[in-house]
Design a protein around this ligand. Structure first.
Ligand SMILES: Cc1cc2nc3c(=O)[nH]c(=O)nc-3n(C[C@H](O)[C@H](O)[C@H](O)COP(=O)(O)OP(=O)(O)OC[C@H]3O[C@@H](n4cnc5c(N)ncnc54)[C@H](O)[C@@H]3O)c2cc1C
Length: 449
């Protein structure tokens, strides 16, 4: 428990916004500095010619994290957002022409859908794989994800053995699936997020269990609404949000943080600084002497997860009717997200591409059976480098490097009094639910004023 503190949050990504809302409700005086002209980081809306696309996420698991955030920062989420569980999480389409519409939130529906799409017996095989993650989820949640420094727990040999931490996802899948299409379904989220299945520890397979058990959720009107709702929360709670304000240094005295310096040279004093940015920037650039701290050594050895290439399309005319998300397996891996909003009679799609090809994504789509070339009226391309520049680091966080991935993410605190680290590269991990979870942990550590 600390007295009312002056808190500066560096970065208004979803993590920074979430921790600011919680800390303000806990009675602290909070200022958020954001380098970009708008809040949200990866979670924002892009607009062109009347089309609107989510720049980043279009769905989330573990909706309880967002519900808890809104309840603990003042009001129920339903006052702000229409969250809806997707009945079909996504369609998987394979190179042999077969496909499956995988539902979320129901064990029986998943078994039936996989049988119907891939053939009898495949459903049972998939369901057995997902069922096997139930115990892992319980252990992982209690011992690794929930405790603020839980990543360190994987150093415990007994726990690591129980979680089969040193076995790779690739090895588990090889054993579990005779049908390679099931393997592709299971590994696609990790491949999309920039990791190789051989580098992903087997316990990460819990993601399939989490999605099946708690559902895959979306926000009607796009995830930009989530950012808008959080910005409204901050305004209501008297948080100062400074846009176009890059933090260029953390100031220190006697080894502890005393505030931040921004690009204009102005200084903002603070008792506590929470960063929601790439930790290598924190230790490598912002903190004088940071390169000598253990935190820097940890992150220097970690590999950032390279983002995907993104193409936003504004389309008109008669189009094939697709579900909200379609995964087109092959090299490169394509994911079509059809949830953007568009003027009447038009459609807004986003295509994510993971792979090294130079081929235009519209041509790759044609080769996968979807030809929209005649329908494109607007197009916005964002390369992986563009995405990194937009947020000053990878919003996908760190690539998996075996079980050590969790240890690399471990610490939200480092031996700098008053400094807390949050975000996609930190414990408990990247994506909306885990970054939101981390914000709850950091706010709990700081405590009420
Ligand atoms: C294309 C794409 C699709 C995705 N799809 C999904 C999905 O469907 N579901 C899901 O759950 N997740 C998805 N993700 C991942 C998810 O969006 C991220 O993991 C999450 O939003 C990261 O939030 P964050 O707060 O850690 O950081 P970021 O969103 O990276 O925000 C960091 C913020 O800090 C600011 N900043 C950086 N340096 C400074 C500085 N020195 N001073 C001030 N401000 C600074 C940046 O400008 C940025 O606004 C996707 C990501 C991408 C890129």
């Amino acid at each position: 428990m600390v007295h009312m503190a002056e808190v500066v949050v560096v970065g208004a990504g979803i993590g920074g916004l979430a921790v600011a809302a919680r800390l303000a409700k806990q009675g602290h005086r909070v200022t958020v500095c954001e380098r970009a002209a708008a809040a949200g980081g990866a979670v924002r809306t892009l607009e062109a010619d009347g089309f609107r696309w989510d720049a980043g996420p279009t769905s989330t698991t573990l909706p309880a994290v967002l519900r808890d955030l809104f309840r603990k920062s003042g009001r129920p989420i339903e006052r702000y957002l229409d969250m809806r569980m997707r009945t079909v999480a996504r369609r998987h389409v394979f190179s042999d022409g077969s496909s499956v519409d995988l539902p979320s939130g129901s064990r029986a529906a998943q078994t039936d859908a996989v049988d119907a799409g891939l053939g009898p017996g495949c459903g049972a095989s998939w369901t057995a794989y997902v069922d096997a993650q139930a115990e892992t989820w319980d252990i992982l949640r209690e011992r690794v994800l929930d405790p603020p420094d839980g990543g360190d727990a994987l150093g415990d040999r007994v726990l690591a053995r129980r979680l089969k931490a040193r076995t790779s996802l690739a090895a588990v899948q090889k054993k579990a699936f005779k049908d390679t299409r099931l393997r592709l379904i299971a590994e696609h989220p990790f491949v999309l997020a920039g990791s190789q299945p051989r580098d992903v520890p087997s316990f990460a397979a819990v993601d399939a269990y989490v999605e099946r058990t708690f559902g895959l959720w979306t926000v009607d009107g796009g995830f930009g609404q989530l950012t808008n709702a959080l910005v409204d929360r901050l305004t209501e709670r008297g948080v100062a949000l400074h846009l176009d304000t890059e933090v260029t240094a953390l100031t220190t005295a006697g080894g502890g943080v005393t505030g931040v310096e921004v690009h204009t040279g102005d200084r903002l004093p603070a008792d506590i600084v929470v960063t929601d940015i790439d930790p290598r920037k924190v230790f490598g650039a912002l903190l004088e002497g940071g390169r000598r701290l253990p935190g820097y050594r940890v992150f220097r050895s970690a590999t950032p997860a390279i983002p995907v290439g993104v193409t936003h399309l504004g389309l008109e005319g008669e189009l094939v009717d697709l579900p909200e998300e379609v995964v087109l397996h092959g090299e490169p891996l394509l994911v079509v997200r059809t949830t953007g909003s568009a003027p009447p009679g038009r459609r807004a799609w986003t295509v994510l591409r993971r792979g090294s090809t130079q081929e235009d994504v519209l041509i790759t789509l044609v080769r996968r059976g979807i030809d929209v070339r005649r329908h494109v009226v607007t197009r916005v391309d964002r390369s992986p480098v563009d995405l990194i520049n937009e947020t000053n680091g990878s919003s996908y966080g760190l690539a998996w490097a075996g079980w050590r991935g969790h240890v690399q993410r471990a610490g939200q605190t480092h031996p700098v009094p008053g400094l807390y680290l949050l975000g996609a590269s930190m414990h408990p991990g990247s994506s909306i639910p885990y970054v939101g979870w981390g914000a709850a942990q950091v706010a709990a550590r700081i405590g009420k004023a």
